[in-house]
Structures are given as structure tokens and as C-alpha cells.
Design a protein around this ligand. Structure first.
Ligand SMILES: *[C@@H]1O[C@H](CO)[C@@H](O)[C@H](O)[C@H]1NC(C)=O
Ligand SMILES: *[C@@H]1O[C@H](CO)[C@@H](O)[C@H](O)[C@H]1NC(C)=O
Ligand SMILES: *[C@@H]1O[C@H](CO)[C@@H](O)[C@H](O)[C@H]1NC(C)=O
Ligand SMILES: *[C@@H]1O[C@H](CO)[C@@H](O)[C@H](O)[C@H]1NC(C)=O
Ligand SMILES: *[C@@H]1O[C@H](CO)[C@@H](O)[C@H](O)[C@H]1NC(C)=O
Ligand SMILES: *[C@@H]1O[C@H](CO)[C@@H](O)[C@H](O)[C@H]1NC(C)=O
Ligand SMILES: *[C@@H]1O[C@H](CO)[C@@H](O)[C@H](O)[C@H]1NC(C)=O
Ligand SMILES: *[C@@H]1O[C@H](CO)[C@@H](O)[C@H](O)[C@H]1NC(C)=O
Length: 455
């Protein structure tokens, strides 16, 4: 029921944001600490925690076994990770790999390579006649995390930018054509809250042409589904911040002290996403919060291994890539991977000497070579390496550089915050600004326009 949507106000929060805010506020006064945290830790972009929801009482022991499922995926782990899971003990990462065999004998060329020009290299052009592609208040599925105008943002400039590739033009967004492409299909976004923002953007871009009685939105859950009857099509979002199974797979309650993941199992999520026709994956910011714990499926005594975020992400990407390699028939399924979503936590990166963040930024960055430190290059190299083995099976939507320019596109203080903000915070807007997610209408609409080019 649609009605539940706006009422369930706790759906999309990014609590981690609050976490960032704490760090942010304590360090903004201290240059030394800024650089330290800066280099070693990024803040969760994610979150979606819901402080108001009642905890489920289910308590799962890690060591009880469940009936095996029949699947082409690797043997199902004996127990399911959830937010109550814990490691019995933790040792250093042993260097173990899952030993996936990712096929590399594909003869086909990568889907995007037929493009004459690089759609991801270009500049932002002010265009208040064609943009925004929809009005914030016209979208009943808008999230309070992202509705910046509704939450008081006075400048609306962030809505009026068109992406202009250097050597060609984007095909114009056409919502009817998009629905035709989706007829009888399921389009599924899989990932964290940044990906959820892109999903909301897509729903807002597409919903207006569907009569209210011919569309529906399921309640927020692990898998949330927007359905358009006339087209027999869906636009869905699957919460899967680490891609592999983890203790953070609850779409609402995932604010946890430690991250535990199964580096060798995507089964929990894959059993949902395998039914989609078009898949759009992302993962990144969750790996930027320090080390993660690995619990291999074969481990029976609850002994976890600890690994740094990048190493953990690589293992997760390999597990995901193995699923793609073994299960995707690229004539039947289209798979996309969205690269890192940049953050704008340190204004000194684009304006040397300043001591702020994205707060009060009203225009994009003009320097075409700009690259903020929040977009980790070793991570990009690793993603390239994993994706290159999948060849034509995955198309990359390389949104990092173009989004880097958009320091003006974040909600900063103009969103709903779930926790009461102290007077000290309120008097210092940078201390609680969200410089991770993106206002809608805004940058994610362009990511979706880019997706549209490849369908
Ligand atoms: C960082 O900030 C904390 C608390 O404000 C302080 O104790 C510490 O000395 C600062 N500097 C470094 C390098 O951690
Ligand atoms: C940050 O990383 C550097 C090396 O990359 C390390 O020497 C330093 O101890 C780290 N600082 C913190 C606070 O983790
Ligand atoms: C498991 O799959 C195999 C082959 O696909 C099949 O023969 C077998 O009956 C299945 N077992 C169960 C319990 O479903
Ligand atoms: C578009 O922007 C120009 C320049 O800022 C302004 O003069 C014009 O009124 C704007 N048009 C609309 C429709 O907002
Ligand atoms: C947004 O609202 C304005 C004013 O109500 C209207 O002129 C404009 O056409 C709307 N834009 C879209 C894309 O619906
Ligand atoms: C949008 O796409 C539909 C269906 O493909 C087509 O009939 C229509 O002419 C297109 N509209 C524009 C403005 O290009
Ligand atoms: C609706 O789409 C599904 C695939 O998503 C397809 O299996 C089914 O046959 C379609 N239904 C109709 C009535 O066309
Ligand atoms: C994305 O684009 C950047 C340049 O903007 C490039 O350095 C990087 O290698 C690209 N990433 C992938 C996965 O293609």
C-alpha cells in the first residue's frame, strides 16, 4: 500500500551519518585530527537505520545448523548471519581465498565499448529549462533524507544541472521509452543507501506517467518493490550493503559495533536478485569504516578473521563476480556496477585554507581534474581488476568523476535527522551536515539517465 510509504518515516535514514557527524563535529576543530581521520577512515555513507522500529526478537546462534538448500551457488553456510551474530574469537586474516574460478574466456566485447565517446567524461552545464526532470513535491515516494527543498534548502540551483559529455550528447530522457524497455521486466537496484537513493530517483523519474491506481509500492523490507501494472514491470531495491551475506543485512537495524561478513556467500541476496532482468549493483562506503570480520562458511567454531576494509571489499567483489560469471547469461540479463559515490567532507580539498564541508556549497567544481580523497584509488583499481574478468557480463557506470564535481549536490543540513540535535550542533551547521547522500531531484537522476543510455 502506497499510504504506508510516507508514513513510515524511518525508512531511509542514514544513521551512519550521525556517526559521521559525531566524528565530523569533534574533528572539525582540529586540523591534525582531520587529516588523520581523513586518511584512514571515511564515514559510513549508509545507514538507513531506524531507531523507531521494534527489534525483532529472533536470536540466531551462529552454530546451529539449518536444512541445506539446493542451489548452484556454493554450499550454503550452516547458519545465517544476522545482527545478533557475534564472533566467538577473532584472529588475523590468514590470506585465505574462496578459490572462485571466474571465467575469462568470453569472446564478446564489453557492452559499453561500442560507444563512440566516453559518456562519463564531460562537464556540468546549467540548464533550468530541461531540469529538473521531476518536481520534488510531485513524487509520493520521495525520501525525507533526500527531499532537500522540503527541508528548507533555500537555493535550488543543484536541481538545474545537465551532464554534458565532451564528445557527444546524451540521449534525452524519455520516460515512455524507459517503461517500454522495462515491459515485462524487473529492474533491481542492489546495494547500500547510495544505491537506494538512485532507486528512489528512478521511481520518481518514472512514476508520474503511471496512474495512481495502476502503481504500488511494497512496504520497506529487505526487498522493496515499485510496480507498474500496465507495463507488468517493477523497479526494485534490495538492501545488501556488502553484497555478500553479513550481519548488516537488516534493512533497518544495522547499526552495529562490528561488521561480520561471509566472504564466500552471496546466497542470501542472490536468491532475491537472481530473478531480476536488469541489475544495478553498488558497494563502497561500508568498506571505508575500518576493518571487517570474516566468518567463512566452513568455520564451525565461530572464529572470525579480521581484515581491512579494502581487503574485505575485494573478497566480497570476488564472491559477487563469481555469481555473475557462473549465473548470468548476458543475453538474458543486463548487469551494471556503479562506481564509488564521492563525498565532500573537507572543503579545503576544493578551496584550500577553508575549514568546512559541503555545507552552503551552491555550485559545482569547475576544475576537471578534481578528485577528492574520499574516492579511494586503490579501491577503484581493485574494482577494475575484478570487473575486467567479467568482460561483457557487466557494464560499468563510472559516476565517480562526474559526481566529484557536485559538492553542491548533498543534503547538508536540509534533510530529516532522526536524532535530536543539540543546540551546539544546531549553531554549527557543518557539524551535522550530510555530505554523503544526494538531494533529489539531483545527481542520482543523472546516474539514471546514464543507465538509460545503456538499456
Ligand atoms: C584529536 O582530537 C582528540 C580529541 O579532540 C585529541 O585528544 C587528540 O589529541 C587530537 N589529535 C590527535 C592527533 O589525535
Ligand atoms: C593511518 O594510516 C597510517 C598509514 O596508512 C598509519 O601509519 C596510521 O597509524 C593510521 N592512523 C590511524 C589513526 O589509524
Ligand atoms: C538438488 O538439485 C539436484 C540437481 O539440480 C536435484 O537432482 C535434487 O533432487 C535436488 N535436491 C533437492 C533436495 O531439491
Ligand atoms: C533560468 O536561469 C536564468 C539565469 O539565472 C534566469 O534568468 C531565468 O529566469 C531562469 N528560468 C527559470 C525558468 O527558472
Ligand atoms: C514543476 O512544477 C512547476 C511549477 O509548479 C511546473 O511549471 C513544472 O512544469 C513542473 N515540472 C515538472 C517536471 O513536472
Ligand atoms: C518517447 O518515447 C516514445 C516511445 O518510444 C516515443 O513514441 C516518443 O516519441 C518519445 N518522445 C520524445 C519526446 O522523444
Ligand atoms: C509479466 O512479466 C513476467 C516477467 O517479469 C512474465 O513472466 C509474465 O508472463 C508477464 N505477465 C504478463 C501477463 O505478460
Ligand atoms: C572510472 O573513471 C576514472 C576516471 O574518471 C578512472 O580512473 C577509473 O579507472 C574508472 N573506473 C572504472 C572501474 O572503469
Amino acid at each position: 500500500m502506497m499510504q504506508r510509504w510516507p508514513k513510515k518515516k524511518t525508512q531511509f535514514p542514514l544513521i551512519a551519518l550521525v556517526f559521521f557527524v559525531f566524528i565530523g563535529s569533534s574533528i572539525l576543530y582540529n586540523e591534525l585530527n582531520i587529516s588523520q581521520i581523513h586518511q584512514n577512515q571515511t564515514h559510513d555513507g549508509d545507514g538507513g537505520d531506524d531507531d523507531h522500529s521494534q527489534p525483532s526478537l529472533k536470536q540466531t546462534s551462529l552454530f546451529e545448523s539449518t536444512a541445506p538448500l539446493n542451489h548452484s551457488l556454493p554450499k550454503r553456510p550452516p547458519v545465517v548471519l544476522d545482527r545478533f551474530s557475534s564472533c566467538r574469537s577473532t584472529v588475523k586474516y590468514s590470506g585465505k581465498k574462496a578459490g572462485w574460478v571466474v571465467g575469462s574466456s568470453e569472446s564478446d566485447i564489453r557492452r559499453g565499448s561500442a560507444e563512440k565517446c566516453d559518456l562519463f567524461s564531460g562537464r556540468w552545464v546549467f540548464d533550468n529549462t530541461s531540469y529538473p526532470l521531476y518536481n520534488e513535491s510531485d513524487c509520493p515516494y520521495m525520501s525525507d533524507q533526500l527531499a532537500c527543498h522540503k527541508h528548507g534548502r533555500p537555493d535550488l540551483g543543484y536541481q538545474y544541472w545537465r551532464w554534458q559529455p565532451h564528445n557527444c550528447n546524451l540521449k534525452r530522457w524519455n520516460v515512455t521509452e524507459m517503461w517500454e524497455k522495462l515491459r515485462d521486466k524487473r529492474l533491481m537496484f542492489v546495494g547500500d543507501s547510495l544505491n537506494r537513493g538512485q532507486w528512489i530517483s528512478m521511481v520518481c523519474l518514472m512514476q508520474s506517467v503511471i496512474p495512481a491506481d495502476k502503481r504500488s509500492m511494497s512496504p520497506n523490507a529487505h526487498l522493496t518493490i515499485f510496480r507498474a501494472e500496465e507495463y507488468n514491470a517493477t523497479v526494485e531495491f534490495l538492501w545488501s550493503p556488502l553484497l555478500v551475506e553479513s550481519n548488516s543485512d537488516d534493512p533497518v537495524n544495522h547499526r552495529l559495533d562490528e561488521r561480520i561478513m561471509r566472504p564466500d556467500s552471496v546466497h542470501r541476496h542472490a536468491s532475491q536478485w537472481e530473478h531480476a532482468d536488469i541489475l544495478v549493483f553498488n558497494t563502497y562506503l561500508w568498506w571505508r569504516q575500518g576493518s571487517v570480520k570474516l566468518l567463512w562458511s566452513t568455520e564451525e567454531n565461530g572464529v572470525c578473521e579480521e581484515i581491512d576494509g579494502l581487503g574485505g571489499m575485494e573478497l566480497a567483489m570476488e564472491a559477487w563476480a563469481n555469481w555473475v560469471a557462473s549465473s548470468v547469461d548476458h543475453l538474458k540479463k543486463q548487469v551494471f556496477f556503479i562506481t564509488m559515490s564521492p563525498t565532500h567532507l573537507w572543503s579545503r580539498e576544493w578551496e584550500p585554507g577553508s575549514e568546512s564541508n559541503c555545507y552552503d556549497e551552491k555550485t559545482p567544481i569547475n576544475d576537471e581534474s578534481y578528485w577528492g580523497s574520499g574516492s579511494d584509488l586503490p579501491t577503484m583499481r581493485m574494482v577494475e581488476k575484478v570487473l575486467s574478468r567479467l568482460k561483457s557480463k557487466v557494464s560499468v557506470l563510472n559516476i565517480t568523476q562526474l559526481s566529484e564535481y557536485r559538492k553542491d549536490g548533498h543534503p547538508s543540513i536540509y534533510r530529516k535527522f532522526w536524532e535530536t540535535l543539540s543546540p551546539e550542533k544546531l549553531s554549527n551547521p557543518t557539524s551535522y551536515s550530510d555530505c554523503i547522500h544526494w538531494c533529489l531531484p539531483g545527481v542520482p537522476d543523472v546516474w539514471n539517465e546514464l543507465l538509460f543510455q545503456f538499456l
